[in-house]
Design a protein around this ligand. Structure first.
Ligand code: GLN
Length: 535
Protein backbone atom coordinates (compact mmCIF):
# COMPACT_ATOMS: atom_id res chain seq x y z
CA UNK A 1 0.00 0.00 0.00
CA UNK A 2 1.22 3.50 -0.83
CA UNK A 3 2.30 5.65 2.08
CA UNK A 4 -0.23 8.02 3.63
CA UNK A 5 0.09 11.60 2.41
CA UNK A 6 -0.43 14.46 4.84
CA UNK A 7 -1.93 17.79 3.84
CA UNK A 8 -1.77 20.57 6.41
CA UNK A 9 -4.16 23.50 6.17
CA UNK A 10 -3.21 26.69 8.00
CA UNK A 11 -4.85 30.09 7.99
CA UNK A 12 -3.55 33.63 8.11
CA UNK A 13 -4.56 37.31 8.30
CA UNK A 14 -7.89 36.81 10.07
CA UNK A 15 -9.79 33.95 11.64
CA UNK A 16 -13.03 32.61 10.22
CA UNK A 17 -11.83 32.36 6.61
CA UNK A 18 -13.27 28.91 6.18
CA UNK A 19 -10.32 26.56 6.63
CA UNK A 20 -12.84 23.85 7.50
CA UNK A 21 -14.63 24.32 4.18
CA UNK A 22 -11.37 24.36 2.20
CA UNK A 23 -10.18 21.23 4.01
CA UNK A 24 -13.53 19.55 3.36
CA UNK A 25 -13.46 20.60 -0.30
CA UNK A 26 -9.95 19.23 -0.85
CA UNK A 27 -11.06 16.05 0.90
CA UNK A 28 -14.14 15.79 -1.30
CA UNK A 29 -12.14 16.22 -4.51
CA UNK A 30 -9.59 13.58 -3.54
CA UNK A 31 -12.33 11.23 -2.39
CA UNK A 32 -14.11 11.71 -5.73
CA UNK A 33 -10.92 10.39 -7.36
CA UNK A 34 -11.26 7.19 -5.38
CA UNK A 35 -8.88 7.94 -2.51
CA UNK A 36 -9.56 7.06 1.10
CA UNK A 37 -9.48 10.39 2.91
CA UNK A 38 -10.03 11.69 6.42
CA UNK A 39 -9.83 15.16 7.92
CA UNK A 40 -8.53 16.09 11.35
CA UNK A 41 -8.69 19.34 13.29
CA UNK A 42 -6.05 20.48 15.74
CA UNK A 43 -7.44 23.12 18.09
CA UNK A 44 -4.96 25.31 19.96
CA UNK A 45 -7.01 25.96 23.10
CA UNK A 46 -6.49 24.35 26.51
CA UNK A 47 -9.90 22.76 26.98
CA UNK A 48 -9.66 18.98 26.64
CA UNK A 49 -12.56 19.21 24.18
CA UNK A 50 -15.23 21.79 23.31
CA UNK A 51 -17.87 19.87 25.29
CA UNK A 52 -17.66 22.23 28.23
CA UNK A 53 -17.71 25.37 26.06
CA UNK A 54 -20.73 27.62 25.86
CA UNK A 55 -22.05 27.93 22.27
CA UNK A 56 -21.29 31.67 22.52
CA UNK A 57 -17.63 30.70 22.71
CA UNK A 58 -17.44 28.10 20.03
CA UNK A 59 -20.76 27.49 18.26
CA UNK A 60 -22.22 24.02 18.15
CA UNK A 61 -20.54 21.08 19.82
CA UNK A 62 -20.48 18.26 17.26
CA UNK A 63 -20.68 14.69 18.56
CA UNK A 64 -19.03 11.79 16.74
CA UNK A 65 -20.27 8.23 16.66
CA UNK A 66 -17.72 7.17 19.32
CA UNK A 67 -19.03 9.87 21.64
CA UNK A 68 -16.37 12.55 21.26
CA UNK A 69 -17.53 16.14 21.79
CA UNK A 70 -15.78 18.00 19.01
CA UNK A 71 -15.39 21.17 17.00
CA UNK A 72 -18.18 22.04 14.57
CA UNK A 73 -15.77 21.73 11.63
CA UNK A 74 -15.99 17.96 12.07
CA UNK A 75 -19.61 18.33 11.06
CA UNK A 76 -18.46 19.85 7.77
CA UNK A 77 -15.98 17.02 7.27
CA UNK A 78 -18.70 14.42 7.73
CA UNK A 79 -21.28 16.29 5.65
CA UNK A 80 -18.88 16.73 2.72
CA UNK A 81 -17.23 13.32 2.77
CA UNK A 82 -20.12 11.20 4.09
CA UNK A 83 -17.47 9.55 6.23
CA UNK A 84 -17.49 9.13 10.00
CA UNK A 85 -14.91 10.86 12.16
CA UNK A 86 -13.87 9.87 15.68
CA UNK A 87 -12.17 11.34 18.73
CA UNK A 88 -8.85 11.02 16.89
CA UNK A 89 -10.07 13.61 14.36
CA UNK A 90 -10.17 16.45 16.90
CA UNK A 91 -7.20 17.08 19.15
CA UNK A 92 -6.80 20.13 21.37
CA UNK A 93 -3.71 21.56 23.06
CA UNK A 94 -5.36 20.55 26.33
CA UNK A 95 -5.48 16.91 25.26
CA UNK A 96 -1.86 17.00 24.03
CA UNK A 97 -0.64 18.46 27.33
CA UNK A 98 -2.74 16.05 29.37
CA UNK A 99 -1.26 13.07 27.52
CA UNK A 100 2.29 14.35 28.00
CA UNK A 101 1.74 15.11 31.68
CA UNK A 102 0.21 11.67 32.25
CA UNK A 103 3.28 10.10 30.62
CA UNK A 104 5.51 12.23 32.83
CA UNK A 105 3.65 11.09 35.97
CA UNK A 106 3.98 7.47 34.88
CA UNK A 107 7.71 7.99 34.58
CA UNK A 108 7.79 7.34 30.83
CA UNK A 109 10.36 10.07 30.22
CA UNK A 110 13.01 8.36 32.35
CA UNK A 111 14.14 11.39 34.31
CA UNK A 112 14.35 13.76 31.37
CA UNK A 113 13.23 17.39 31.49
CA UNK A 114 9.85 17.50 29.75
CA UNK A 115 9.66 20.33 27.21
CA UNK A 116 7.51 21.76 24.44
CA UNK A 117 10.13 20.61 21.96
CA UNK A 118 10.44 17.64 21.68
CA UNK A 119 7.77 16.22 23.99
CA UNK A 120 4.74 18.31 23.07
CA UNK A 121 5.66 18.38 19.38
CA UNK A 122 6.25 14.61 19.41
CA UNK A 123 2.83 14.10 20.95
CA UNK A 124 1.26 16.29 18.25
CA UNK A 125 3.03 14.35 15.49
CA UNK A 126 2.00 11.09 17.10
CA UNK A 127 -1.65 12.20 17.07
CA UNK A 128 -1.47 13.15 13.39
CA UNK A 129 0.24 9.94 12.35
CA UNK A 130 -2.08 7.81 14.48
CA UNK A 131 -4.86 8.83 12.08
CA UNK A 132 -2.69 8.14 9.04
CA UNK A 133 -1.84 4.69 10.38
CA UNK A 134 -5.48 3.69 10.04
CA UNK A 135 -4.82 3.16 6.34
CA UNK A 136 -5.88 6.41 4.71
CA UNK A 137 -4.39 7.60 1.43
CA UNK A 138 -4.69 11.19 2.62
CA UNK A 139 -4.96 12.79 6.04
CA UNK A 140 -5.90 16.45 5.86
CA UNK A 141 -5.04 18.22 9.10
CA UNK A 142 -6.54 21.63 9.71
CA UNK A 143 -4.67 23.76 12.24
CA UNK A 144 -7.15 25.91 14.17
CA UNK A 145 -6.48 29.58 14.84
CA UNK A 146 -4.34 31.95 12.80
CA UNK A 147 -0.63 31.78 12.02
CA UNK A 148 1.21 34.01 14.45
CA UNK A 149 -0.95 33.14 17.45
CA UNK A 150 1.21 32.19 20.41
CA UNK A 151 -0.90 29.15 21.14
CA UNK A 152 -0.64 27.57 17.71
CA UNK A 153 3.18 27.71 17.61
CA UNK A 154 3.76 24.12 18.82
CA UNK A 155 1.42 22.84 16.11
CA UNK A 156 3.25 24.78 13.40
CA UNK A 157 6.57 23.52 14.74
CA UNK A 158 5.28 19.93 14.73
CA UNK A 159 4.15 20.09 11.11
CA UNK A 160 7.44 21.74 10.14
CA UNK A 161 9.22 18.74 11.65
CA UNK A 162 6.92 16.32 9.84
CA UNK A 163 7.78 17.90 6.51
CA UNK A 164 11.48 17.67 7.39
CA UNK A 165 11.13 14.00 8.30
CA UNK A 166 8.92 12.97 5.38
CA UNK A 167 9.46 15.62 2.74
CA UNK A 168 7.60 13.92 -0.12
CA UNK A 169 4.58 12.92 1.89
CA UNK A 170 3.64 16.32 3.36
CA UNK A 171 2.13 19.37 1.75
CA UNK A 172 1.19 22.76 3.17
CA UNK A 173 -1.90 24.69 2.10
CA UNK A 174 -2.19 28.21 3.50
CA UNK A 175 -5.48 30.12 3.40
CA UNK A 176 -5.39 33.91 3.59
CA UNK A 177 -7.57 36.93 2.89
CA UNK A 178 -7.19 39.38 0.02
CA UNK A 179 -9.26 42.34 1.20
CA UNK A 180 -10.95 44.78 -1.15
CA UNK A 181 -10.67 48.45 -0.31
CA UNK A 182 -13.91 50.08 -1.33
CA UNK A 183 -12.54 53.64 -1.34
CA UNK A 184 -9.70 52.93 -3.76
CA UNK A 185 -11.44 49.96 -5.45
CA UNK A 186 -8.33 47.86 -4.88
CA UNK A 187 -7.59 44.30 -3.86
CA UNK A 188 -4.71 44.19 -1.39
CA UNK A 189 -2.12 41.41 -1.24
CA UNK A 190 0.10 42.77 1.52
CA UNK A 191 -1.68 40.95 4.39
CA UNK A 192 -1.10 37.67 2.52
CA UNK A 193 2.57 38.48 2.03
CA UNK A 194 2.94 39.22 5.75
CA UNK A 195 1.12 36.09 6.74
CA UNK A 196 3.31 33.91 4.52
CA UNK A 197 6.42 35.68 5.92
CA UNK A 198 5.24 34.71 9.37
CA UNK A 199 4.88 31.08 8.33
CA UNK A 200 8.30 31.15 6.70
CA UNK A 201 9.80 32.54 9.90
CA UNK A 202 8.46 29.43 11.62
CA UNK A 203 10.21 27.34 8.98
CA UNK A 204 7.16 26.49 6.91
CA UNK A 205 7.00 27.23 3.19
CA UNK A 206 3.44 26.89 1.87
CA UNK A 207 3.12 24.76 -1.27
CA UNK A 208 -0.32 26.08 -2.15
CA UNK A 209 -2.03 29.37 -1.33
CA UNK A 210 -5.79 29.72 -1.25
CA UNK A 211 -6.79 33.37 -1.35
CA UNK A 212 -10.18 34.14 0.09
CA UNK A 213 -11.70 37.13 -1.66
CA UNK A 214 -14.96 38.90 -2.38
CA UNK A 215 -13.93 39.65 -5.99
CA UNK A 216 -12.31 37.65 -8.79
CA UNK A 217 -8.53 37.88 -8.72
CA UNK A 218 -6.61 38.58 -11.93
CA UNK A 219 -3.84 36.26 -13.09
CA UNK A 220 -1.50 39.21 -12.60
CA UNK A 221 -2.44 39.52 -8.95
CA UNK A 222 -2.08 35.79 -8.36
CA UNK A 223 1.30 35.83 -10.12
CA UNK A 224 2.43 38.70 -7.91
CA UNK A 225 1.38 36.87 -4.73
CA UNK A 226 3.11 33.72 -5.94
CA UNK A 227 6.31 35.60 -6.68
CA UNK A 228 6.41 37.23 -3.25
CA UNK A 229 5.67 33.97 -1.52
CA UNK A 230 7.72 31.43 -3.54
CA UNK A 231 4.62 29.67 -4.85
CA UNK A 232 4.07 28.90 -8.55
CA UNK A 233 1.09 30.45 -10.31
CA UNK A 234 -0.86 27.18 -10.63
CA UNK A 235 -0.67 26.80 -6.88
CA UNK A 236 -2.19 30.19 -6.10
CA UNK A 237 -5.91 29.52 -6.02
CA UNK A 238 -8.73 31.96 -5.36
CA UNK A 239 -11.71 31.23 -3.15
CA UNK A 240 -14.38 33.74 -4.08
CA UNK A 241 -17.46 33.96 -1.82
CA UNK A 242 -20.09 31.48 -3.00
CA UNK A 243 -23.86 31.24 -2.59
CA UNK A 244 -23.34 27.98 -0.74
CA UNK A 245 -20.35 26.33 0.91
CA UNK A 246 -21.15 23.25 -1.18
CA UNK A 247 -20.08 25.11 -4.32
CA UNK A 248 -16.52 25.41 -2.98
CA UNK A 249 -15.33 21.93 -4.07
CA UNK A 250 -16.51 22.67 -7.60
CA UNK A 251 -14.84 26.10 -7.54
CA UNK A 252 -11.60 24.43 -6.40
CA UNK A 253 -11.89 21.71 -9.07
CA UNK A 254 -12.30 24.38 -11.75
CA UNK A 255 -8.89 25.70 -10.72
CA UNK A 256 -7.46 22.16 -10.70
CA UNK A 257 -6.54 22.30 -7.03
CA UNK A 258 -6.83 18.51 -6.71
CA UNK A 259 -4.59 17.99 -9.75
CA UNK A 260 -2.02 20.40 -8.35
CA UNK A 261 -1.99 18.49 -5.07
CA UNK A 262 -1.52 15.12 -6.80
CA UNK A 263 1.20 16.52 -9.04
CA UNK A 264 3.05 17.97 -6.05
CA UNK A 265 2.98 14.56 -4.39
CA UNK A 266 4.33 13.05 -7.60
CA UNK A 267 1.16 11.02 -8.03
CA UNK A 268 -0.66 10.15 -11.21
CA UNK A 269 -3.34 12.73 -11.98
CA UNK A 270 -5.85 10.73 -14.05
CA UNK A 271 -9.30 11.78 -15.22
CA UNK A 272 -11.31 14.60 -13.69
CA UNK A 273 -14.13 13.00 -11.69
CA UNK A 274 -17.62 14.04 -12.85
CA UNK A 275 -19.03 14.30 -9.29
CA UNK A 276 -22.56 13.67 -10.55
CA UNK A 277 -24.38 13.24 -7.18
CA UNK A 278 -22.74 16.40 -5.82
CA UNK A 279 -23.64 18.40 -8.92
CA UNK A 280 -27.19 17.06 -8.81
CA UNK A 281 -27.51 18.29 -5.24
CA UNK A 282 -26.27 21.73 -6.32
CA UNK A 283 -28.63 21.76 -9.29
CA UNK A 284 -31.57 21.10 -6.96
CA UNK A 285 -30.31 23.64 -4.44
CA UNK A 286 -30.08 26.40 -7.06
CA UNK A 287 -33.43 25.63 -8.71
CA UNK A 288 -36.06 25.30 -6.01
CA UNK A 289 -39.63 24.89 -7.19
CA UNK A 290 -41.15 25.95 -3.86
CA UNK A 291 -40.21 27.78 -0.69
CA UNK A 292 -41.32 27.05 2.84
CA UNK A 293 -40.47 28.57 6.17
CA UNK A 294 -39.95 26.58 9.36
CA UNK A 295 -39.37 27.92 12.87
CA UNK A 296 -36.29 26.90 14.81
CA UNK A 297 -37.16 27.71 18.40
CA UNK A 298 -34.19 28.10 20.71
CA UNK A 299 -32.28 30.54 22.84
CA UNK A 300 -29.23 31.19 20.63
CA UNK A 301 -31.04 32.95 17.79
CA UNK A 302 -28.38 35.62 17.42
CA UNK A 303 -25.81 32.87 16.92
CA UNK A 304 -26.75 30.52 14.05
CA UNK A 305 -23.46 28.60 14.50
CA UNK A 306 -25.01 27.15 17.67
CA UNK A 307 -27.41 25.26 15.39
CA UNK A 308 -24.99 24.62 12.51
CA UNK A 309 -25.83 20.96 11.86
CA UNK A 310 -29.59 21.58 12.04
CA UNK A 311 -29.36 24.43 9.53
CA UNK A 312 -27.24 22.33 7.17
CA UNK A 313 -29.63 19.38 7.53
CA UNK A 314 -32.46 21.60 6.25
CA UNK A 315 -30.35 22.52 3.21
CA UNK A 316 -29.73 18.83 2.42
CA UNK A 317 -33.35 17.85 2.99
CA UNK A 318 -34.71 20.85 1.07
CA UNK A 319 -32.69 19.92 -2.03
CA UNK A 320 -34.30 16.45 -2.07
CA UNK A 321 -37.68 18.14 -2.57
CA UNK A 322 -36.35 21.02 -4.69
CA UNK A 323 -37.63 23.21 -1.89
CA UNK A 324 -35.93 26.23 -0.40
CA UNK A 325 -36.31 25.88 3.36
CA UNK A 326 -36.12 29.21 5.11
CA UNK A 327 -35.39 28.81 8.78
CA UNK A 328 -36.81 31.49 11.06
CA UNK A 329 -34.82 31.57 14.28
CA UNK A 330 -37.34 32.24 17.02
CA UNK A 331 -36.13 33.40 20.42
CA UNK A 332 -37.91 31.18 22.92
CA UNK A 333 -37.34 33.69 25.74
CA UNK A 334 -39.72 36.06 24.00
CA UNK A 335 -42.44 33.59 23.02
CA UNK A 336 -45.65 33.89 25.00
CA UNK A 337 -49.20 32.59 24.68
CA UNK A 338 -50.14 36.08 23.53
CA UNK A 339 -47.64 36.42 20.67
CA UNK A 340 -47.13 32.81 19.56
CA UNK A 341 -49.84 32.96 16.90
CA UNK A 342 -48.25 36.02 15.38
CA UNK A 343 -44.67 34.69 15.68
CA UNK A 344 -45.34 31.29 14.13
CA UNK A 345 -48.14 32.19 11.69
CA UNK A 346 -45.72 32.32 8.75
CA UNK A 347 -44.13 28.93 9.56
CA UNK A 348 -45.32 25.60 8.24
CA UNK A 349 -43.19 23.53 10.62
CA UNK A 350 -41.81 23.98 14.12
CA UNK A 351 -38.52 22.55 15.38
CA UNK A 352 -37.61 22.94 19.04
CA UNK A 353 -33.86 22.87 19.45
CA UNK A 354 -31.48 21.04 21.76
CA UNK A 355 -30.17 22.94 24.75
CA UNK A 356 -29.37 23.11 28.43
CA UNK A 357 -30.75 25.05 31.37
CA UNK A 358 -33.78 27.08 32.22
CA UNK A 359 -33.41 30.15 30.04
CA UNK A 360 -36.23 30.41 27.51
CA UNK A 361 -37.74 27.07 28.50
CA UNK A 362 -41.34 28.30 28.98
CA UNK A 363 -41.39 29.73 25.44
CA UNK A 364 -40.53 26.29 24.11
CA UNK A 365 -43.64 24.84 25.77
CA UNK A 366 -45.70 27.62 24.20
CA UNK A 367 -44.33 26.82 20.72
CA UNK A 368 -44.96 23.09 21.18
CA UNK A 369 -48.52 23.58 22.43
CA UNK A 370 -49.21 25.80 19.42
CA UNK A 371 -47.82 23.22 16.96
CA UNK A 372 -49.59 20.34 18.70
CA UNK A 373 -53.02 22.00 18.89
CA UNK A 374 -52.87 23.52 15.41
CA UNK A 375 -51.58 20.32 13.80
CA UNK A 376 -48.42 21.99 12.52
CA UNK A 377 -45.59 19.52 11.73
CA UNK A 378 -43.33 19.37 14.77
CA UNK A 379 -39.84 17.98 15.31
CA UNK A 380 -38.30 18.07 18.78
CA UNK A 381 -34.61 17.34 19.21
CA UNK A 382 -33.10 16.33 22.57
CA UNK A 383 -34.18 19.14 24.92
CA UNK A 384 -36.88 19.73 22.28
CA UNK A 385 -38.21 16.22 22.91
CA UNK A 386 -38.01 16.67 26.67
CA UNK A 387 -40.01 19.90 26.33
CA UNK A 388 -42.62 18.12 24.19
CA UNK A 389 -43.04 15.55 26.96
CA UNK A 390 -43.34 18.23 29.65
CA UNK A 391 -45.82 20.26 27.60
CA UNK A 392 -47.97 17.14 27.09
CA UNK A 393 -47.84 16.33 30.81
CA UNK A 394 -48.90 19.86 31.71
CA UNK A 395 -51.57 20.54 29.12
CA UNK A 396 -52.94 17.10 28.28
CA UNK A 397 -52.37 15.02 31.41
CA UNK A 398 -53.16 18.03 33.59
CA UNK A 399 -49.96 17.85 35.67
CA UNK A 400 -49.58 21.59 35.59
CA UNK A 401 -46.26 21.70 37.39
CA UNK A 402 -44.62 18.80 35.56
CA UNK A 403 -41.00 19.50 34.64
CA UNK A 404 -37.55 18.10 34.06
CA UNK A 405 -35.47 17.75 37.20
CA UNK A 406 -32.79 19.66 35.26
CA UNK A 407 -34.90 22.82 35.56
CA UNK A 408 -36.83 22.03 38.72
CA UNK A 409 -35.35 19.33 40.99
CA UNK A 410 -38.42 19.53 43.25
CA UNK A 411 -41.15 19.09 40.65
CA UNK A 412 -43.92 16.72 41.83
CA UNK A 413 -44.10 15.33 38.27
CA UNK A 414 -40.52 14.63 37.12
CA UNK A 415 -41.56 13.40 33.67
CA UNK A 416 -37.97 14.02 32.56
CA UNK A 417 -35.44 12.87 35.12
CA UNK A 418 -31.70 12.47 35.45
CA UNK A 419 -30.43 9.11 34.20
CA UNK A 420 -29.35 6.64 36.87
CA UNK A 421 -25.86 6.55 35.34
CA UNK A 422 -25.55 10.33 35.69
CA UNK A 423 -26.51 10.65 39.35
CA UNK A 424 -23.16 10.28 41.04
CA UNK A 425 -20.97 12.04 38.52
CA UNK A 426 -18.87 14.89 39.80
CA UNK A 427 -17.02 15.81 36.58
CA UNK A 428 -18.78 17.80 33.86
CA UNK A 429 -16.49 17.18 30.87
CA UNK A 430 -17.21 14.16 28.66
CA UNK A 431 -19.62 12.55 31.13
CA UNK A 432 -22.99 12.85 29.37
CA UNK A 433 -24.61 9.97 27.54
CA UNK A 434 -22.59 10.48 24.38
CA UNK A 435 -22.28 8.96 20.95
CA UNK A 436 -24.14 6.26 19.06
CA UNK A 437 -26.73 3.98 20.61
CA UNK A 438 -29.11 1.55 18.92
CA UNK A 439 -32.84 2.16 18.93
CA UNK A 440 -35.71 -0.18 18.03
CA UNK A 441 -38.69 1.34 16.26
CA UNK A 442 -42.26 0.26 16.88
CA UNK A 443 -43.80 -1.37 13.78
CA UNK A 444 -46.20 0.87 11.87
CA UNK A 445 -45.14 3.96 13.76
CA UNK A 446 -44.44 7.17 11.87
CA UNK A 447 -40.78 6.77 12.87
CA UNK A 448 -40.53 3.33 11.29
CA UNK A 449 -42.13 4.65 8.10
CA UNK A 450 -39.73 7.59 8.03
CA UNK A 451 -36.67 5.41 8.46
CA UNK A 452 -37.99 2.47 6.43
CA UNK A 453 -36.52 0.05 8.97
CA UNK A 454 -37.09 -1.02 12.56
CA UNK A 455 -33.52 -0.70 13.82
CA UNK A 456 -31.58 2.53 13.81
CA UNK A 457 -28.44 3.95 15.40
CA UNK A 458 -28.31 7.61 16.37
CA UNK A 459 -25.97 9.92 18.32
CA UNK A 460 -26.72 11.31 21.75
CA UNK A 461 -25.62 14.08 24.08
CA UNK A 462 -27.70 14.42 27.23
CA UNK A 463 -27.99 13.64 30.94
CA UNK A 464 -31.77 13.51 31.35
CA UNK A 465 -34.30 11.02 30.00
CA UNK A 466 -37.99 10.28 29.71
CA UNK A 467 -39.17 8.93 33.09
CA UNK A 468 -40.62 5.49 32.30
CA UNK A 469 -42.83 5.59 35.42
CA UNK A 470 -45.14 7.85 33.40
CA UNK A 471 -45.04 5.92 30.13
CA UNK A 472 -48.39 4.18 30.50
CA UNK A 473 -50.17 7.40 31.42
CA UNK A 474 -48.70 9.16 28.36
CA UNK A 475 -49.54 6.36 25.99
CA UNK A 476 -53.14 6.15 27.21
CA UNK A 477 -53.52 9.87 26.59
CA UNK A 478 -52.09 9.73 23.05
CA UNK A 479 -48.34 10.36 23.20
CA UNK A 480 -46.58 7.08 22.45
CA UNK A 481 -43.01 5.91 22.66
CA UNK A 482 -42.07 4.58 19.22
CA UNK A 483 -38.31 4.33 19.63
CA UNK A 484 -36.76 2.44 22.54
CA UNK A 485 -33.18 1.57 23.35
CA UNK A 486 -33.26 -2.24 23.34
CA UNK A 487 -30.69 -2.58 26.15
CA UNK A 488 -31.56 0.17 28.61
CA UNK A 489 -35.23 0.61 27.74
CA UNK A 490 -34.74 4.38 27.48
CA UNK A 491 -37.39 6.17 25.42
CA UNK A 492 -35.67 7.66 22.37
CA UNK A 493 -38.67 8.76 20.26
CA UNK A 494 -42.17 9.93 21.11
CA UNK A 495 -45.01 10.60 18.68
CA UNK A 496 -48.62 11.73 18.77
CA UNK A 497 -50.42 9.46 16.27
CA UNK A 498 -53.53 11.67 16.20
CA UNK A 499 -51.39 14.57 14.96
CA UNK A 500 -50.38 14.62 11.27
CA UNK A 501 -46.62 14.85 12.00
CA UNK A 502 -45.42 15.14 15.58
CA UNK A 503 -42.07 13.45 16.23
CA UNK A 504 -39.68 14.18 19.05
CA UNK A 505 -36.33 12.46 19.45
CA UNK A 506 -33.92 12.21 22.35
CA UNK A 507 -30.98 11.89 19.95
CA UNK A 508 -29.45 14.29 17.43
CA UNK A 509 -30.37 13.35 13.84
CA UNK A 510 -28.65 16.52 12.60
CA UNK A 511 -25.20 15.02 13.24
CA UNK A 512 -25.87 12.38 10.61
CA UNK A 513 -27.27 14.41 7.73
CA UNK A 514 -25.04 14.52 4.63
CA UNK A 515 -25.12 16.38 1.33
CA UNK A 516 -25.37 13.10 -0.56
CA UNK A 517 -27.21 11.26 2.17
CA UNK A 518 -29.71 13.60 3.87
CA UNK A 519 -31.28 12.49 7.13
CA UNK A 520 -34.73 10.87 6.70
CA UNK A 521 -36.21 12.73 9.69
CA UNK A 522 -35.35 16.09 8.09
CA UNK A 523 -36.40 14.90 4.62
CA UNK A 524 -39.80 13.82 5.92
CA UNK A 525 -40.24 16.81 8.22
CA UNK A 526 -39.67 19.15 5.27
CA UNK A 527 -42.13 17.11 3.20
CA UNK A 528 -44.75 17.35 5.95
CA UNK A 529 -44.15 21.10 6.23
CA UNK A 530 -44.51 21.47 2.44
CA UNK A 531 -47.80 19.61 2.57
CA UNK A 532 -48.98 21.71 5.49
CA UNK A 533 -48.10 24.95 3.70
CA UNK A 534 -50.33 24.16 0.71
CA UNK A 535 -53.33 23.37 2.87
N1 GLN B 1 -30.30 19.40 28.81
C1 GLN B 1 -30.86 18.16 28.36
C2 GLN B 1 -30.13 16.96 28.95
O1 GLN B 1 -29.00 17.08 29.38
C3 GLN B 1 -30.87 18.08 26.85
C4 GLN B 1 -29.52 18.11 26.22
C5 GLN B 1 -29.54 18.43 24.74
O2 GLN B 1 -30.50 19.01 24.23
N2 GLN B 1 -28.44 18.14 24.05
O3 GLN B 1 -30.65 15.90 29.01
Amino acid sequence: MAKTKYIFVTGGVVSGLGKGIISSSIGKLLQARGFHVTIQKLDPYLNIDPGTLNPYEHGECYVTTDGAETDLDLGHYERFLDHETTQANNITTGRIYRNVIEKERRGDFLGKTVQIIPHITDEIKHNIQAVGNKGYDFVITEIGGTVGDIESLPFIEAIRQMKWEMEHDCLFVHLTLVPFLEASQELKTKPTQHSVKQLQQAGVQPDILVLRTEHELSTELRRKVGQFCNVDLDSVVQSVDQKTIYQVPIAMAEQNLDETILRKFGMEVGEKPPMIPWRTFLQNFYNPQTTIQVALVGKYVELPDAYKSILESFIHAGAVHKCKVKVKLVQSEQLTKENVQQELADCSGVLVAPGFGNRGIEGKFVAIQFARENKIPFLGICLGMQCAVIEFARNVLGHTNAHSTEMNPDTPYPVIDIMESQKNLTQMGGTMRLGSYPCSLKPNSLASKIYGTDKIVERHRHRYEFNNNYLQEFEQAGMVATGINPESNLVEIVEIPSHPWFVAVQFHPEYRSRVINPHPLFVEFVKAAMEHSVQ
